[in-house]
Design a protein around this ligand. Structure first.
Ligand SMILES: [Zn+2]
Length: 160
C-alpha cells in the first residue's frame, strides 16, 4: 500500500548573462540586469517545482522528459514542464497539497514579486495561493551571476 503522503524536493540553477530575460515562477522579472542562460525559458523556480513533483513519486527528473538537446524544448514555456509533471503525479493517484519555494538571486530584489509568483505557481497546480510559500535569499555576493531555486512539495494520495 502506498503512503498517504509523499514529500518531493527539487532544485535548479541557471547562469545569468546580460541581455536575456529573467522569468521566475512563471513571472517575468522587470528590470533584471541579467537573465538566464538556458535552452528553455530558464525558469529556475518552475524547474525546481517540476523536479519536486517528480521526485515525490520517484519519477525521475525533468531532464528525462524534456532533454535540453531536444529541438522542441528550445525556448519552451516552463509551465508546460510543470503541467507534464503534474499529469504524471495525478496519474499515480496523488495531488500536491502545498509547496515551499526558495529562490536565491542577488539582483534585483524579488520581494515585490512574491505575491505574483505564489499566485502563478498556485494556478499551475490548481491550489489556493496560500498553499505556495515563497522565500527569497541573496548569495551575499558569492554568486552574482547565478539564479538558484529549491522547492519542496507535499503530495497526498487522492483516495486514501
Ligand atoms: Zn532550469
Amino acid at each position: 500500500m502506498s503512503a498517504p503522503y509523499r514529500i518531493g524536493y527539487g532544485e535548479d540553477a541557471h547562469r545569468l548573462e546580460a541581455g536575456r530575460p529573467l522569468v521566475l515562477g512563471g513571472v517575468p522579472v522587470p528590470h533584471a540586469p541579467l537573465g538566464a542562460v538556458a535552452h528553455s525559458d530558464g525558469d529556475a523556480a518552475l524547474h525546481a517545482l517540476a523536479d519536486a513533483l517528480l521526485s515525490g513519486l520517484a519519477l525521475g527528473d525533468i531532464g528525462q522528459y524534456f532533454p535540453d538537446t531536444a529541438a522542441e524544448c528550445k525556448d519552451l514555456d516552463s509551465a508546460v514542464i510543470v503541467a507534464r509533471a503534474l499529469e504524471l503525479v495525478r496519474g499515480r493517484g496523488y495531488r500536491p497539497v502545498n509547496v515551499a519555494l526558495v529562490v536565491t538571486l542577488d539582483r534585483p530584489k524579488l520581494g515585490p514579486l512574491r505575491a505574483a509568483i505564489a499566485r502563478r505557481m498556485a494556478e499551475l497546480l490548481s491550489l489556493p495561493e496560500t498553499e505556495v510559500g515563497v522565500s527569497f535569499k541573496t548569495s551575499e555576493g558569492l554568486a552574482p551571476a547565478h539564479v538558484q531555486a529549491r522547492a519542496t512539495v507535499l503530495l497526498a494520495r487522492l483516495d486514501p
